[in-house]
Design a protein around this ligand. Structure first.
Ligand SMILES: [Zn+2]
Length: 259
């Protein structure tokens, strides 16, 4: 699942292809906006807010997309064939470039003035220019009885963390994922580390938390269930956190992250 750093990179690619250029094609393949037509409008810019993408176009409109589980935006020279048509949800193209939204989890068209209705609930964006660690910690502390593992994924607390950064941050801080937020002494340090990990990866193609980019060496616990911990040799545990159907994968080292 794409996390904040991947969405941030996607926004940068969309800006490179669309910003300041006039749309020659807009093709919404979602029932709700099937008749929408943005051609002859210039794209102003694309912003990422947590895991949401906001593409603003002339005339006060915003295209809102979310990659959800396996969505992506493919950017190619105009006219090139990309993905099978049944997976395409949205195409935005100009004379030089086309952006093809594949398997997008959400596609909406709203007035730019109404963007807050889509993203106003989000906590501080870990990769945003307005990143506010104190506010993120304040929101986390507001529910001290919650497990830290669930609280970190709740985008209302802070926006951008998914299952990879949750697992890696908690490992690096030695925190058991089911520990209560109120029992964590250095919540500021934990939040700061999560932000550093996302920031360090925002320009890379994959996720590296170990400092070693070689395949198979890039993470401490994520993707390593059953294999020995790089620090203590204990086999990495794998489980699920949260209530169905929202439960999500968690990996941890019982040696480095004791109860
Ligand atoms: Zn360990």
């Amino acid at each position: 699942m794409p996390e904040g750093d991947a969405v941030h990179r996607t926004a940068a690619r969309l800006r490179g292809a669309l910003d300041g250029r006039t749309l020659t094609r807009s093709d919404f393949r979602v029932p709700r906006h099937a008749t929408a037509d943005l051609t002859s409008r210039a794209v102003i810019t694309t912003l990422s807010r947590g895991k949401h993408l906001l593409t603003r176009v002339e005339g006060g409109l915003t295209v809102h997309t979310h990659l959800r589980m396996d969505g992506s935006w493919l950017v190619t020279p105009a006219g090139r064939r990309t993905a099978p048509g049944d997976r395409v949800r949205l195409i935005l193209a100009n004379a030089e470039w086309q952006a093809v939204g594949v398997r997008l989890g959400m596609v909406d068209l709203v007035r730019t003035d109404d963007e807050a209705r889509l993203v106003g609930h989000l906590g501080p964006d870990l990769l945003g220019a307005d990143w506010d660690p104190e506010e993120a910690v304040r929101r986390l502390r507001a529910e001290p009885g919650r497990t830290i593992g669930e609280a970190l994924l709740d985008q209302r607390n802070l926006a951008g963390i998914g299952t990879i950064y949750r697992a890696e941050t908690l490992f690096l801080r030695g925190v058991w994922p089911w520990k209560k937020v109120g029992e964590i002494e250095d919540l500021d340090g934990l939040v700061a580390l999560a932000q550093r990990l996302l920031d360090a990866n925002k320009g890379l193609a994959g996720t590296v938390t170990t400092g070693d980019r070689r395949p198979g060496n890039a993470t401490w616990v994520y993707g390593r269930a059953g294999r020995p911990c790089r620090r203590c040799g204990t086999r990495i545990s794998r489980g699920e956190m949260g209530m169905r159907p929202q439960e999500r994968l968690i990996l941890w080292c019982a040696g480095c992250q004791p109860r």
